[in-house]
Design a protein around this ligand. Structure first.
Ligand code: PHE
Length: 448
């Protein structure tokens, strides 16, 4: 591990940091919202299949590129390229991912800001400051600008200090606490009226919907969004892993953690949605479509917490604080992509690069907030539904068609000497070469 670049100090450090990047709003805001708007259990089923069959292999490709290249996405892929056009292709894929990360962060910061304001609201209510509390949970320009800025400043603050002190430290206690709280809340929801119907909607798929183009493309985007793929983030994180580690199992563990947390979040929010509906909150329109869209989680969960009485204030506080931290461990990974690129390629100091890029992305967020109706959904689908799968697909093409097989094997063997005889090595190389690019391409084509 290069002294000047920094790296994860331990195996656990990497798992926590990569899972910290993967687990975030995508799991607890994105996945349940998508599930609710795409036919419940059918979406869950397709998501699970795509996460393991397409996102995991692509995730492995990105980690390997990073660990081999020991640098940002562009430099890493250029290191594998032999001809001029391959180097150009490497630049397009690597830089495309970096732009994608910046775009994602620009809308991510807004939603993370909502999480923060929802965390403070119960405190205001405890202090009998009801007006301030109301302002915190109502959509307004001033609230969105303030909290998005606060969130971005926190992200900048952590990334300025570099990978060891920043990323690893923040990820350590979050995951167990988040999982614990989710499980307790699921048990609580189970006891409430209306939840049975919700569990059914979540767990009992209507197979006839599985091949709907909209459902497929949303599930694909969601799977890649949730694993932070196609954004250069996992390439960079891969570059911080020691050569002694077994990448195949590290990747599998992170995928499993990420998918399980999304699944748990859905298991909480979809039934809670039906509970809220039983209590008179309007969730579905007359034609069966979802009313709240991106606000779903912010409508459903507070209804649930309010039903708990005084305890609910503490639960709400705890939940939204944990969510804000989960969002932070993801946003720092998004900022790390562009920052490491500028630091390594243009010789700019880390502090300066972080502040400049962070402020630029904050400006993008402000533009989205000021043109919310027009831009919010557009930026989300451009970056997550189209950008991420496309760039991740190109990474697979890179590993499958440009990187020499013997070099791939040598890299994957580091920390995993037996890999040559494993099932993984029998399947993954041709799978990334042929199946991943064609399957992703097929979903795109199908959606058109
Ligand atoms: N995977 C993160 C989440 O689920 C979001 C993310 C996307 C992080 C892209 C980094 C890069 O919230």
């Amino acid at each position: 591990m290069g002294v000047s670049r920094g790296g994860f100090s331990s195996r656990m450090g990497f798992i926590l940091a990569a899972a910290g990047s993967a687990v975030g709003l995508g799991n607890i805001w994105g996945f349940p919202t998508q599930t609710a708007s795409n036919g419940g259990a059918a979406f869950v089923l397709v998501y699970l299949v795509l996460a393991f069959c397409l996102a995991y292999p692509a995730f492995m490709a990105e980690l390997l590129i990073g660990r081999y290249g020991q640098a940002n996405a562009v430099s890493s892929m250029q290191k594998m390229s032999r001809t001029l056009w391959q180097k150009r292709f490497a630049f397009i894929v690597g830089f495309g991912g970096i732009i994608c990360a910046a775009l994602i962060l620009s809308f991510y910061g807004i939603i993370a800001g909502w999480m923060m304001s929802y965390a403070i609201e119960p405190v205001m209510r405890l202090a009998n400051m009801d007006n301030a509390g109301k302002w915190l949970i109502e959509q307004s320009l001033s609230r969105n600008l303030l909290f998005t800025s606060l969130f971005m400043l926190l992200t900048i603050f952590i990334i300025r200090r570099g990978v060891e002190q920043g990323i690893e430290k923040w990820s350590k206690r979050l995951m167990p606490m988040l999982i614990g709280l989710l499980i307790l809340l699921i048990i609580y929801v189970f006891t409430l009226e209306g939840s049975r119907e919700g569990f059914k909607a979540y767990l009992n798929p209507d197979i006839s919907r599985v091949f709907e183009p909209d459902l497929l493309i949303s599930a694909l985007g969601q799977a890649f969004f949730s694993l932070s793929l196609g954004t250069s983030v996992m390439v960079i994180y891969g570059s911080y892993i020691s050569k002694k580690e077994n990448l195949v199992s590290l990747g599998a563990q992170v995928t499993l953690i990420d998918v399980s947390i999304a699944f748990l979040a859905g298991l909480l929010i979809i039934p809670a949605m039906y509970v809220a509906q039983a209590q008179g909150v309007a969730i579905f329109a007359d034609d069966g479509s979802l009313i709240s869209g991106p606000n779903l989680v912010f409508d459903v969960l507070p209804t649930l917490f309010n039903g708990m009485g005084l305890v609910g204030l503490f639960v709400a506080f705890g939940f939204f604080v944990l969510m804000s931290i989960a969002a932070l461990t993801s946003s720092i990974s998004m900022l790390e992509g562009p920052v490491s690129f500028v630091v390594e390629r243009h010789n700019v100091k880390r502090e300066k690069a972080t502040v400049l890029i962070g402020c630029f992305i904050l400006l993008l967020s402000a533009i989205i907030i000021l043109n919310f109706e027009l831009l919010f959904g557009l930026v989300i689908s451009a970056s997550t539904v189209y950008g991420q799968p496309l760039i991740a697909m190109l990474c697979c093409v890179f590993v499958g068609w440009i990187w020499q097989r013997s070099e791939v094997l040598a890299e994957i063997k580091e920390g995993n000497n037996e890999v040559e005889n494993s099932l993984f090595w029998k399947i993954w190389p041709w799978y990334t070469k042929f199946v991943c690019p064609s399957a992703i391409g097929l979903v795109f084509w199908h959606s058109l």
